[in-house]
Structures are given as C-alpha cells and as structure tokens.
Design a protein around this ligand. Structure first.
Ligand code: DX5
Ligand code: ZN
Length: 225
C-alpha cells in the first residue's frame, strides 16, 4: 500500500512509461527518471488478452515499491479483467489505476472499488473508441487517458485523429480532472496535445531511447510551455 496521490490538476506532468526501459534493471531506470524531478511513473500492465503483449503484474509492482517511496505509480491496466486484479495492484503499491472502457459495462463499480481501496481512478479510450463511451463516467474519475496508439507496444506512430478526442474529453471533465495522453508523445507532438487540453504526458520511447533521460524529459517539458 502507498498513500501517494496524483498531483493536483493544473500542472503539466511528464510521465515516463517503463515499457521502453530496460526491464532487467527496472529499479535503476526508475531512479534515473526520478532524478529529473518527475512525480509519476507509468507502469504498463498487459495480460496477453486485451493486448497482444505481456508485461508485469502485482509482484513486480510490489518489488518496485520497495525501491521507490516517492513516485506515484500510474498503472495502465491493459487487461480484460481489471476488477479481478485491482486489489492486488493496490496492495502492491499502485496509486492510480486506469482501466479500459472497452472491457467493462460496469465502469462505475470499478471506479468505486478503486476509490474504496484508496487509489485514484482513471478510464481509458482506445483510438477507435468514441468519446461518448466514457461521457458518463469520466467526471467520476481523477484522470482520463486518451490513447494515441493502439495499446500493446512502445515506439509506435502517433495518431493525430485519435489525439483530437482530447478536446472533447477536456470539455467533459473541466479543469479539475487530469487528461492524460499515451502513445507516440515526443517534443514535436507535445504542443499539439497540450493545445487540445492534455496535462499529463506519457512518453516511453522518446525518453528511454535517449542516453540522457533527464534531457529527454526536459525537452518534453520545454515543448509543453
Ligand atoms: C502502449 C503503452 C504506452 C507506451 C507508450 O500500449 O500504453 O504507455 O509505453 O510508449 P511510446 O511513448 O513509446 O509510444
Ligand atoms: Zn500506457
């Protein structure tokens, strides 16, 4: 368990995604991005069902939490049965969990359960999912995640049409709920998504493909200004 919370809305946050990091030295990779002053780290959880790839589960999150007490663990659950696993992830030290709207017809129950577990809640939209799918539940969340690639892999091409949904999501949630964007974000794409209303910028390849990760994070921050 961890009591860290999402930073209050109103600031731009760069959130490194570990998917493009070296999984064989994950704790060191996370320590390095933390030295850039990021407040959150994006942990991509994949089950091989919802997406054609697999990554980490609660035991790895728990071990990472033993190494890190200060970063908000932003867990992106690309899994078909989020309700079955959120308790384990909360116990492991997840602070925020995002589930996909495509996998459930009871999103309110998942959001309530996350809040009861002391976590913040996020709902996510795939590139092909219309904003209407989350219109009712988005205001109940602490953050809404808009995918700008098909989930499953890092280093994919940014999808400009999917990014435009950020505009409508921001209209729905107002200024007090974070709008996160995930997929193909780099310094070039950053001004576009920020102008649409995103304030929480996930980036994997753009950070971990660089030898100087701190400089890569700062380049995204500068592009957001
Ligand atoms: C994709 C993941 C992303 C991914 C983003 O399924 O949800 O978080 O790591 O990576 P980049 O920034 O490389 O597109
Ligand atoms: Zn992600």
């Amino acid at each position: 368990m961890s009591n860290l919370r999402l930073p209050k809305a109103g600031t731009i946050e760069v959130v490194p995604s570990i998917l493009s990091s070296d999984f064989a030295k994950l704790a060191d990779e996370i320590a390095e991005i933390e030295s850039a002053g990021v407040k959150m780290v994006h942990l991509d959880i994949m089950d091989g069902h919802f997406v054609p790839n697999m990554t980490i589960g609660p035991p790895v999150v728990a071990k990472l939490r033993q190494h890190d007490h200060d970063l908000v663990f932003d867990c992106h659950l690309m899994i078909t049965e989020p309700a079955r696993f959120i308790e384990s992830f909360a116990e492991a030290g997840a602070n925020h969990m995002t589930f996909h709207i495509e996998v459930t017809d009871k999103p309110e129950e998942i959001i309530d359960k996350l809040h009861a577990l002391g976590c913040t809640a996020g709902v996510c939209l795939n590139p092909d999912t219309p904003v209407e799918a989350i219109e009712k539940v988005a205001p109940l969340c602490d953050m809404v995640l808009v995918m700008t690639v098909h989930p499953g892999f890092g280093a994919q091409e940014f999808m400009p049409e999917a990014a435009k949904k950020i505009i409508r999501v921001r209209e729905i949630v107002g200024p007090d709920i974070r709008v996160e964007v995930d997929g193909g974000i780099d310094p070039e794409k950053t001004p576009i998504v920020v102008s649409y209303g995103a304030d929480t910028l996930v980036a994997g390849h753009a950070i971990f493909s660089q030898t100087d990760r701190v400089a890569a994070i700062n380049a995204i921050r500068d592009a957001a200004k």
